[in-house]
Design a protein around this ligand. Sequence first.
Ligand code: SAH
Length: 409
Amino acid sequence: MRVHLTATAAAAVRRGHPWVYRDGIAAGGNAAQRGERRRGEPARGGAAASGDVVELSAEGATFLGRGLWDAESAIAVRVFQRAQAPQLDERALAERLERAFALRDGWFAGRDTTAYRLCNGEGDRVPSLVIDRYDRAAVVRLDGGMLAPWIDRLLPHLARALGARGVRSIGLRAPAGNADAEGKKLAHLHGPPLPDRLFVRETGVAMEVDLARGQKTGAFLDQRDNRARVRALAAGRRRVLNLFSYAGGFSVAAALGGAGRVTSVDSASAAHASAQRTFRENGVDPAAHEFVTADAFDFLEKAHARGDRYDLIICDPPSFAPNERVKPRALGAYRRLHTAVARVLDRGGVLCAASCSSHITAEDFLATLDDATLERDDLRVRAIHGQPEDHPTLPAWWEGRYLKFVVLE
Ligand code: SAH
């Protein structure tokens, strides 16, 4: 099928942006492609089915590139190539995957790290396909619906390429919100059954990962390098506060780095149980530290009222801005959070503030950490970090660069 694009959508594709939204399909294209339908018609996408290969064209360009059609999502086409050859088939995809895996072999050799992103979808030029490795298990996540019809054909390639690297089991992460009766979000695809929980290693640190019920594909692998940075920052700190601590990745990093007492705050108590197992696995006694099940905003208010102070604070909340529309409200929430955090940060302390929303730019985020918000003028931006190399992006794909990790001191 041929899909004719508007001038704006065509320009984005030429720059290498991998998405065509439904409204980027030109009026010349048929109405069904644009998702327009007569009353009573099912919400289907015209002649093409999800997973079909489509050729893109625009005014003055008979061939712009090739992609896969998605009949359901807001993103109608994910663009895989702008060259005519080779054909877009499972062999071409398998080659791209092998390239992504081979890069990781080099990046992680000798780093005592068994958990990392093997393929970052669009950023590895395999749109929609995310694969995370957790030691001998790999977890696949499909964004949108276009690769689901391909997975059976891709699986033998995946099993071979991953098997050669020591991965034995492959699982499929259910789309957000879909869990089975036992709350498990993982389906089996290949190999021995996947464990519900396992320990992986990350730059020399053991970390428990909940494959069955955890967030993302099990862990927040994108904070790996920042956890190592926190470990280095923690030397000599007396009291560390880790807000939104989840499975305690930053907490154990701080404890191993030499912090006296680490306080982890999360609203989920199951996350603390996991964090405590991770502490023990690393030879750190959790009893010497503090795990608080609470709302972070409430905790900060009470800590301030008690006069508690911390000399290293990590603040890594869930995304406050899932879309552009709620951005003003999200910026307000970051500001309120940072004001409250700054009140319990000692003079001479370090604040690590993170945001994982692509709709909040680094400049936007820094504005929520300015002097007026923090109600103090003694801090400087020591560094601004982002996501690690196993989460690559494309120059034109700004949506892929979501992680900000600002270190103020
Ligand atoms: N820093 C973590 C990831 C944080 S994910 C890491 O590096 O692994 C966000 C966490 O915030 C989740 O564990 C969730 O349970 C928790 N959370 C969400 N809203 C919260 C709130 N209002 N107060 C405290 N914790 C919250």
